[in-house]
Design a protein around this ligand. Structure first.
Ligand SMILES: [Zn+2]
Length: 145
């Protein structure tokens, strides 16, 4: 008889679980994410480049190997910016009926600028939330039980 499949519980991720004896008090995922700082200590940089996470925190040594926000930041930013830009473009079109080059001159820079700025902020927040909630991909637990 095959062992029943179950997903590993968060206690299996002890490498990123906070230790109350050595870890600093928990930080706000929103504050650390928006500032691009380490979700554990709030000091070290979270990003190595513009969007790529660093390997580990320079301050407390937290391994950022758990940080995988996937397509989450892109989805949220695309949805929010898309709704905003389309709504603004419709209002401008209905109110003034400008030529198409005016739409392109208005919305393309606003679209690119806001998406690039929000993408980094959203990625930081989602990685910090991932740390705070110990979220990770599900794994098969071979213990059978
Ligand atoms: Zn840190």
């Amino acid at each position: 008889m095959a062992a029943p499949l179950s997903f590993a519980a968060p206690h299996c991720m002890s490498s990123m679980s906070p230790d109350p004896n050595t870890d600093p008090p928990p930080r706000s995922p929103l504050a650390t994410g928006l500032s691009g700082r380490c979700p554990r200590c709030g000091e070290g940089k979270l990003f190595d480049g513009y969007l790529s996470p660093a390997r580990a925190c320079q301050s407390c040594g937290l391994d950022y190997g758990f940080a995988d926000s996937g397509d989450g930041p892109a989805f949220f930013v695309m949805t929010a910016v898309g709704f905003l830009i389309v709504a603004l473009a419709l209002v401008v079109e209905i109110a003034w009926r400008p030529p198409y080059w005016v739409h392109a001159a208005l919305w393309l820079p606003l679209l690119l600028g806001s998406a690039l700025v929000l993408l980094r902020l959203m990625k930081g927040v989602l990685i910090a939330q991932q740390y705070a909630t110990r979220a990770a991909e599900g794994r098969l637990d071979g213990s059978g039980g």
